[in-house]
Design a protein around this ligand. Structure first.
Ligand code: NAP
Ligand code: MG
Length: 401
């Protein structure tokens, strides 16, 4: 077809595993290539090819994302002992998402997709709450130990020139106990803050950040200060011009406000808070299959994906020739998010319009009562029609055409 929408810069395409690899192919064939003259630089992150390339393909795909600025990623298997055996792997390769994140130095933003007929568990939430987790340090790379009764624990800081500062933690005179030392880096906190400010500007959404600085007067306070200093020096004017706000509050106040809010903002969280609250938000917004995720680097590279995994249970049914009612929505939105970002960077209004119309067609299809089985269990729409994967994609394509 010659009248398909043209692209200029290639999108970095990272293929993946199992059922999501099947979903990936079908989305491209049914929803995208009939309408867009798709230009991608393809990287096969399927586990067989990661093994065959000694995982070089993952590194190459991350470097391509640095070069072009926008990637779309399919869910991939993170190998464990069982997968090493199943796929006869040379070794237990690292999580591709972890590898890509460390190369891009990025922050993951998780955003729920809201649709008529699937209500969040919190009735006041009318717009998405996007959560950003600082995925470095704190309790995740802490050193901890059990301490016997009678021992003393101290914190020792030895400077480059040998100068020592010794801070007493606790005299365990009366009881056995436990102790932990954890750290973070100004550079990592600043890069997290910068990514959050950039993403808020790119989405035109307010940004919240929370910590416990009243209790943790040096540690959490440092996070608060770094955010505040960067905001004042580089982002205040741009936020005001964009009509958005930056708001800091204590984490317990934040949670109270989040529950009463109407949504529609980005919530930046410290590592542990983000781990815990992202699972709470995903559940409260409905389904893992309706959660998208975007990795944003401080220098403005974007990698879009669905938050769910490779859905092996559905894949085993598919391999037996059975139909599955797999929900492709988060993966479709990963594609539309990436295409829309490419369109924005390259000034391609037709491509931007296609991405928006595809998302609208998905939402209208569900709102009309046609949906996959996972949503049919949650919906308030009476007599919802449960479709299989192909049936749902074809219903969306029919609307789009
Ligand atoms: P999962 O693939 O997300 O699937 C867990 C269950 O959630 C499924 O069995 C299914 O429930 C439901 N589900 C998830 N997505 C769905 C969708 N789109 N439509 C319908 N139902 C959906 O998680 P997992 O089983 O824990 O992990 C499987 C593999 O994925 C692992 O190898 C893991 O390493 C990988 N993984 C990758 C990523 C990533 O690449 N970002 C993220 C997480 C996990 P029912 O069985 O009830 O239908
Ligand atoms: Mg978690």
């Amino acid at each position: 077809m010659s009248d398909r929408i043209k692209m200029t810069t290639p999108l970095v395409e990272m293929d993946g595993d199992e059922m999501t690899r099947v979903v990936w192919r079908k989305i491209k064939d049914i929803l995208i290539t009939p309408f867009v003259d798709l230009k991608t630089e393809y990287y096969d992150l399927g586990l067989e090819n990661r093994d065959a390339t000694d995982d070089k393909v993952t590194v190459d795909s991350a470097n391509a994302t640095k070069k072009y600025g926008v990637a779309v990623k399919c869910a991939t298997i993170t190998p464990n002992a069982a997968r090493v055996e199943e796929f006869h792997l040379k070794k237990m390769w690292k999580s591709p998402n972890g590898t890509i994140r460390s190369i891009l130095d990025g922050t993951v933003f998780r955003a729920p997709i809201l649709v008529k007929g699937i209500s969040p568990l919190v009735p006041s939430w009318k717009a998405p709450i996007v959560i950003a987790r600082h995925a470095y340090g704190d309790v995740y790379s802490a050193v901890d130990a059990r301490v016997p009764k009678g021992a003393k624990a101290e914190l020792v800081i030895t400077e480059e020139n040998g100068a020592k500062t010794v801070l007493p933690i606790k005299d365990f005179a009366g009881s056995d106990g436990i102790v932990m030392g954890m750290h973070n880096l100004d550079s990592s906190i600043e890069s997290f803050a910068r990514t959050c400010f950039e993403y808020a500007l790119s989405e035109k959404m307010d940004l919240w950040f929370s910590s416990k600085d009243t209790i943790s007067k040096k540690y959490d306070h440092r996070f608060k200060d770094i955010f505040a200093e960067l905001y004042q020096s580089e982002y205040k004017e741009r936020f005001e011009a964009a009509g958005i706000t930056y708001f800091y509050t204590l984490v317990d106040d934040a949670i109270a406000r989040v529950m009463k809010s109407g949504g529609g903002f980005i919530w930046a969280c410290k590592n542990y808070d983000g781990d815990v609250f992202s699972d709470m938000l995903a559940t409260a917004f409905g389904s893992l299959a309706m959660m998208t995720s975007v990795l944003v680097s401080p220098d403005g590279c974007y990698e879009y994906e669905a938050a769910h995994g490779t859905i092996p249970r559905h894949y085993h049914k598919y391999l037996k020739g059975e139909k599955t009612s797999t929900n492709p929505i988060a993966t479709i939105f990963a594609w539309t998010g990436a295409l829309a970002k490419r369109a924005e960077l390259d000034g391609l209004p037709d491509l931007a319009d296609f991405a928006r119309r595809t998302e609208d067609a998905v939402l209208a299809t569900v709102a009309s009562g046609k949906m996959t089985g996972d949503l049919a269990l949650l919906t308030s729409i009476p007599d919802a029609e449960v479709l299989d994967l192909d049936g749902f994609l074809n219903a969306v394509a029919a609307r789009l055409a």
